[in-house]
Design a protein around this ligand. Structure first.
Ligand SMILES: O=CC(=O)O
Length: 324
């Protein structure tokens, strides 16, 4: 049962704008109302008086709107990523931008990544094809301890996926922009430009869980693939813009890569007729690796708003200079 977070008598009800170019965000309203029944709403097409709005809850917000809200104290993403907010060239830079961090969402991503790694490593795409055709044929079994997984991005999601794979017996390495001092035992850490070649050279599967920034856009490109073992597998559970589509197709055609599992694609939904559909070396999932429960979005938004209104910086705030 949800416990109201701010009793109505705690002051003026918060006024929240729901902003998205691609989603009908009104699905969040019951979760907010369960916590704060007197909440006031605005939507992109009915903003009312801009000065009333305290917080904006966003998924790909329309560009330029956030800057028109003079009393905005919080910009809250409904997911782990904040790139879709920093993409607004008119973003009011003084307003904190927060992500959602939630155990269920993190676990969801770990299960997706573990499935993707196991699926290819244990040849399930072949078994699926064979099963349709009634073919009883065994593929070689390589123990997980001989399959090397490299995880690019050791934020909350990357680290949890690394732990899950290590628990299954895989040989896991991770790569981050700056050194990580708190890596669990059994996970090898690399960082910075110098750390990337050794990570790639030892990645039978490379998992991209990087935040999308100007530095990471196009990270999955021909040069990256060329540094991986021949026939390797790439899993993109980051953003479509991490991947250079033509480079992936060329690497699969040459055999440099053996397989790709893509939960994020350059265009979403991926259009009919796109070269990724029906490709024997590509498995596309429709950006479902994980989801954030509405209750967590509502609770964290209200908690974060309360925090910033009392002069505190929520732990889930992104760093505007880094862009994540
Ligand atoms: O893509 C999903 C997210 O950012 O949580």
């Amino acid at each position: 049962m949800s416990v109201p977070i701010l009793p109505p008598e705690a002051g003026r009800p918060p006024c929240i704008a729901l902003l998205s170019r691609v989603l009908d965000m009104r699905y969040l309203m019951p979760a907010f109302q369960a916590l704060r029944p007197d909440i006031e709403w605005r939507t992109g097409d009915a903003l009312g008086k801009p000065e009333d709005i305290d917080a904006a809850v966003c998924w790909q917000p329309p560009h330029g709107v956030l800057r028109t809200l003079p009393n905005l104290r919080l910009i809250q993403s409904i997911g782990a990523g904040v790139d879709h907010i920093y993409a607004d060239p008119a973003l009011p830079r003084h307003v904190p931008v927060c992500r959602v961090a939630e155990a269920g969402m993190t676990a969801g991503m770990s299960t997706y990544v573990a499935w993707a790694v196991i699926n290819r490593h244990r040849h399930f795409p072949d078994y699926t094809r064979n099963s349709v055709q009634g073919i009883w044929r065994e593929s070689p079994i390589v123990p997980p301890s001989e399959h090397r997984v490299g995880i690019a991005g050791l934020g909350r999601l990357g680290l949890a996926a690394a732990r899950a794979l290590a628990a299954l017996g895989y040989r896991v390495s991770g790569w981050s922009r700056s050194p990580k001092t708190d890596l669990p035992e059994g996970i090898t850490g690399y960082h910075g430009a110098a750390g990337l070649p050794p990570l790639l050279a030892a990645a039978d599967t490379l998992v991209c869980l990087l935040p999308l920034t100007d530095d990471t856009r196009g990270f999955l490109n021909a040069d990256t693939f060329a540094q991986m073992p021949r026939g390797a597998h790439v899993v993109n559970a980051g953003r479509g813009e991490h991947l250079v589509a033509q480079d992936l197709l060329a690497a699969l055609a040459s055999g440099q890569l053996g397989y790709a599992t893509l939960d994020a694609t350059p265009e979403e939904p991926l259009p009919q007729g796109h070269a990724f559909w029906n490709h024997p070396g590509i498995l596309v999932t429709p950006h479902i690796a994980t989801r954030t429960p509405a209750e967590a979005i509502a609770r964290q938004t209200l908690e974060n708003l309360l925090a910033v209104q009392s002069g505190k910086r929520p732990e889930t705030c992104a760093d505007a200079a880094r862009g994540y």
